[in-house]
Design a protein around this ligand. Structure first.
Ligand code: NI
Length: 174
C-alpha cells in the first residue's frame, strides 16, 4: 500500500476516457484499490477515481462518514464501484459546491441530477446497484465524470461561482 501522488488539473491523463476493467479478483486490482483508499484518506477526500492516481481504468471509490462537526453532511457508504453506469431518474437538478483533490484549494458551484440509479461491480465482480439522491448522487456523478475525462469546472454554469475556498468561504478557516 502506498499514498500516491494525485494528478492535477491540466495533466492529460485526467482528460482521457478511462478503460473498462476486465479482470476481477486479481492482486493488482486489490492493490490499486488499497492505494486509492489510502490516498483518499491521506488527502481527506470524499471520493477518488483511478485516473487521479495515474491509472486510466474505470474504478471509483467514495466514502463519507458521519461527522459531528458537519452535521449537514450525509454519510455515504464506503463503496468500490467499477465500470459504473448512471441512470438519471428524473430531470430535477440542483446546484452545490464541489471540490476535487486534482484541483486543490478551489471550489465551484455545479448543477447535478438529484435522483439517480447507479450500477457497477466491486473488485470481486459482484454487482452493485443503488438509487441515490442529493449529496450521494452528486459524489457519484462527480467521480464518474472523472472516467469520461471531465472535471467539475467544465460543469460550472457561471464561472463567477468558481474560486478559492479561502476567499469564497472565509468563515470556514480553522
Ligand atoms: Ni474529483
Amino acid at each position: 500500500m502506498a499514498i500516491k501522488e494525485i494528478l492535477k488539473m491540466g495533466h492529460p491523463l485526467l482528460q482521457q476516457v478511462a478503460k473498462p476493467v476486465t479482470e476481477f479478483n486479481t492482486p493488482a486490482l486489490d492493490a490499486l484499490i488499497l492505494d486509492m483508499f489510502e490516498t483518499m484518506a491521506a488527502f481527506d477526500g470524499a471520493g477518488l477515481a483511478a485516473p487521479q492516481i495515474g491509472e486510466s481504468l474505470r474504478i471509483v471509490i467514495f466514502s463519507v462518514e458521519a461527522n459531528p462537526r458537519y452535521p449537514d453532511v450525509e454519510s455515504i457508504p464506503r463503496t468500490i464501484l467499477i465500470n459504473p453506469q448512471i441512470t438519471i431518474l428524473d430531470e430535477s437538478r440542483e446546484e452545490g459546491w464541489e471540490g476535487c483533490l486534482s484541483i486543490p484549494g478551489l471550489r465551484g458551484l455545479v448543477p447535478r441530477y438529484q435522483n439517480i440509479r447507479y450500477q457497477g461491480v466491486d473488485q470481486t465482480g459482484e454487482i452493485i446497484e443503488r438509487e441515490a439522491s442529493g449529496f450521494h448522487a452528486r459524489v457519484v456523478q462527480h467521480e464518474v465524470d472523472h472516467l469520461e475525462g471531465i472535471l467539475y469546472p467544465q460543469r460550472i454554469q457561471d464561472l463567477r461561482n468558481f474560486g478559492f475556498e479561502s476567499a469564497l468561504f472565509p468563515e470556514n478557516k480553522e
